[in-house]
Write a protein that binds this ligand. Structure first.
Ligand code: GAR
Length: 208
């Protein structure tokens, strides 16, 4: 399975995916930021990289078409959004239905968007978590495939929650990509796991 990833930031989820040594081939890592750590992570592993600057494009759609065009040209079967912090044009996303996944630091459908750890603390939640979902035009809104959960402690801060959750993200994302690579998880107009339509998100333990 040929995998491309898009990332805007430091790239720790990408690094975890590479370190998992799954039976996949990384064909491209792309970013909207030339300075993204994820590009350095990819380059260290000999993975081709591309950075396009949104300011070089007249519209958001033009930029998305260009970046996703590069992903398509690389021959990716699966696109992993690993900390890609942009809203993507609906028409561009539609071309990747069932072939793109995103990792998000909340128990979706709770806390789409930014500041998920802060919002979890402010709500007084007893648990927090991370989700991997298929990407649709709705930001952080596509069908959730799998989640990992952590308890929220009395003394947790935004930073401590983020640190503990990141460890779980680093297990969750490779587990889901591994399930897709092995054929356990498929897209047939909706997520299908072990031959049955996925009606509720899997717990990470079901994938390990
Ligand atoms: C991760 O926490 C990921 O879940 C989040 O960005 C971070 C990227 O970290 N993604 C989103 O918030 C997407 N809505 P990384 O660059 O170290 O992998």
């Amino acid at each position: 399975m040929r995998v491309a990833a898009l990332a805007s930031g430091r790239g720790s989820n990408l690094a975890a995916l590479i370190a998992a040594r799954l039976p996949i081939e990384f064909v491209l890592v792309g970013s909207d930021k030339a300075s993204a750590g994820a590009l350095a992570v990819a380059a260290e592993s000999g993975i081709p990289t591309v950075a396009l600057n949104p300011r070089d494009y007249a519209t958001r759609t033009d930029f998305d078409r260009a970046l996703f065009g590069r992903v398509a040209d690389a021959g990716a079967d699966l696109l992993v959004l690993a900390g890609f912090m942009r809203i993507i044009d609906a028409g561009v996303v539609a071309d990747w239905e069932g072939r793109a996944i995103n990792v998000h630091p909340s128990l979706l459908p709770k806390y789409r968007g930014l500041h998920t750890h802060r919002r979890c603390l402010e709500a007084g939640d007893a648990e927090h978590g991370a989700s991997v979902h298929f990407v649709t035009a709705e930001l952080d809104g596509g069908p959730v495939v799998a989640q990992a959960r952590i308890p929220v402690r009395q003394d947790d801060t935004e930073a401590s929650l983020a640190t503990r959750l990141l460890v779980e993200e680093h297990r969750l994302l490779p587990a889901v990509v591994g399930a897709i690579a092995s054929g356990r998880l498929r897209w047939e107009g909706g997520a299908v796991f072990d031959g049955d339509p996925l009606t509720t998100p899997l717990d990470i333990t079901e994938l390990l």
